[in-house]
Design a protein around this ligand. Sequence first.
Ligand code: ADP
Ligand code: ZN
Ligand code: ZN
Length: 831
Amino acid sequence: MTSFFEEETTLFADLILPVPIPSLFTYRVPREMTALIKVGARVIVQFGQKRVITAVVARLHSNPPVKYQAKYILELLDEQPIVTTRQLELFNWVSEYYLCNIGEVLNVALPAGLKITSQSRIQLNPEFQYEELLTEQEKLVVDDIKKHQTLSYEEVERLLQKSNITAIIKSLVGKRAVILYEEVKERYKPKVARKIRLTSTYLTNDSLGKLATSLDKTPKQQEILLKYLSYIPVYNNPDLNQKGLDKSIFTQDDGVSDASLNTLIKKGIFEQFEIFISRFDDIPTGNMGAITLTDSQIQASREIHDHFKDKEVVLLHGITGSGKTEVYIELIKQVLESGSQVLFLLPEIALTTQIVVRLRKVFGDVMGIYHSKFSDNERVEVWKGILDGKFQFVVGVRSAIFLPFDNLGLIIVDEEHETSYKQHDPAPRYNARDVAVIMSYMHKGKTLLGSATPSLESYYHAKSGRYGLVEMTQRFGNAALPTFELIDTKKEKKQKKMKNEFSSVLVDHLQLNLKNKEQTILFQNRRGYSPYLQCEECNWISECANCDVSLTYHMKVSELRCHYCGHKEEVPRTCPNCGSSKVKTMGYGTEKIEDEINLMFPEARVQRMDLDTTRAKNAYQQIIQEFEDGGIDILVGTQMVSKGLDFDNVSMVGIFDADRIIHFPEFRASERAFQMLTQVSGRAGRRADKPGKVLIQTANPSQKLLERIVTNDYHGMYESEIIEREKFSYPPFTRLIKVTVKHIDEAVSNRAAKILAEKLTANLGASRVLGPQPPLVERVRNQFLFDILIKLEREKINFKAAKSFIQEKVIDTLTDKTLKSIQVVIDVDCL
Ligand code: ADP
Ligand code: ZN
Ligand code: ZN
């Protein structure tokens, strides 16, 4: 009986497919795979009619699915798991907490290089007989397939010198001349270096001598040999030959041709071989990392250690320039020595620069870097490097949280207040800082959050004792915090002293700074030349056709652009509404500031740093480098200029439009304004011998928040804000879930949102459900949006149950036949 049963047992695998479907899918494991397949390995399966996709094994068992006939797994890609069980646990947690599908989590987690793509190929139908039916072009294709067995689409395109060949292929398929099939391709390619070395025959001095003479008649070949020996003195030390020499050294050389080298290889004198090399080799490593910690850094390290004895999370609140990096480094070293892994998270933009170079100097090759501007191949290398144990330490952006760690001792989240840790779109809408805390917990490790301007949430947890709190209040080397000056733009306007956007005070200081050869950062948190165009005659305003926002004027490229949907238009010469030529730019962005500086100070070297100037892979880094090297006098930028940068020679920061930041219509505006303005101010005066100055232009210098920024009074800001938050039930006292309904018909969208809100209110109560109301920008990409904001108290409420309830009601609404094709997005812990 037993043996009969065993015979019949088939293995099934529950797979995570990287697609937005709510459940795992069960596939049948082919017999020849059963001994090899493991949880965490990638497999290839057919999904739907045509698609072939990569999936990851989440579970193996022997229960066939009830509702459908399981298909066979087509291929097993990994002998060893590439997703760890800890990761599977985490993916699950993320999908449950953020109310999304686990496939969506897998999709952001796996670098594209680990996902397999399929490519259609064309082969001849062996039963095809009617060649006379083919057109001339089709015949060409068929003949070529006969020559090559199979062709890819691109090959057919090249053959016919046409870019659209689908019609021809379709016709060929229709005539049953060819068959299409999917070939699976792995995208990741390790980077290799081609090398050459002497074959073993020539490793004795005797044979080497003879060889050299024998090449007398072929001077080019002799030259190659001598050059090789000059790099690798084999006659002194034959072992050196093993490592060989880059082939490119010979082929790049003018005098020596490829041909000669190839002849030497053919003759069996040299042999070729390849080695895998790391893609991170061009970031310098070295042992110049030794730094002595200051007393306050030692003190901070000690306190962190003490807190970790009984707390899972510690918040390091250290003012800008207090030297937090060195405290991190000390801690990372200790954790690595204990044999555990470390993950260091940074906001996207801060990652390409100084701090990475600093860390690499200390940690060298055990450190992997995970960044979205890196290629897929580089990301796969980090992924595999962690699995192999090559990288014990990874510095990365938010998605690095999904790397295959199995033994994390510590996660550091630097600049923990940064909103870029939150992914807005697509799902999973996770916050990497919060996931880090959970993940450390799963690994029984610790989390260190660091910031000069902590988020209210984290500071609240620290104050209430949930997190440990460590504060550093001195800048390194006794450098002073910058002094502030608030410039009253209202007053200057009255006195007619403003030059466009520039107050006379700012202009004077710019002049002085240029004269003293000191650097300046100018901050305007808005890119483009001006946020809109307006007609003076009829008040027409440039607006996006797809969204309810004005189109930003970009002067350099002479375009109007929508910052929401990317829509672009030519700049109208006259008003499209009334034909008047009095179309003016209104408001100002970084481009205009840059432009005006160039007019006022033609001799100054000005550079702009915003999304528009940093799209290319290394652009950001190049600007930073140039600024560091003193090649730029004035750097104009958006908040990009504030992210963790450390410059020696910046003695002044000028801030435009502080009021717009402070009065942004949002409950977090004060907190954000404090963070943003403090961070950008913190770029000034980081050396003890060069005190810094910050000039803030405002129409209302007596605002309380400005006073708090000027006096670096984080605690004051915190105390007054936290009272407001409690009073109006906002985080950290509640958790916010935003449900957004979208539809191209405003009425449908509105009705659906109202129905959903009513359903939610019925159970949650009116005080917990706000809206529906349109967001600031009511229409984006032609969809009308309505937000419902749900506030759930941290205590008292069963968060999980409440979320299930919300999800249920959302599904009800989505499947309501009277509400056709609406979309609903749920954002848990929305920002
Ligand atoms: P934070 O991140 O807290 O703003 P940083 O870590 O960037 O500050 O440190 C500020 C500056 O002080 C950096 O230039 C750093 O190299 C320097 N620094 C910090 N600690 C030390 C130390 N112990 N010895 C020498 N230089 C230090
Ligand atoms: Zn007009
Ligand atoms: Zn738009």
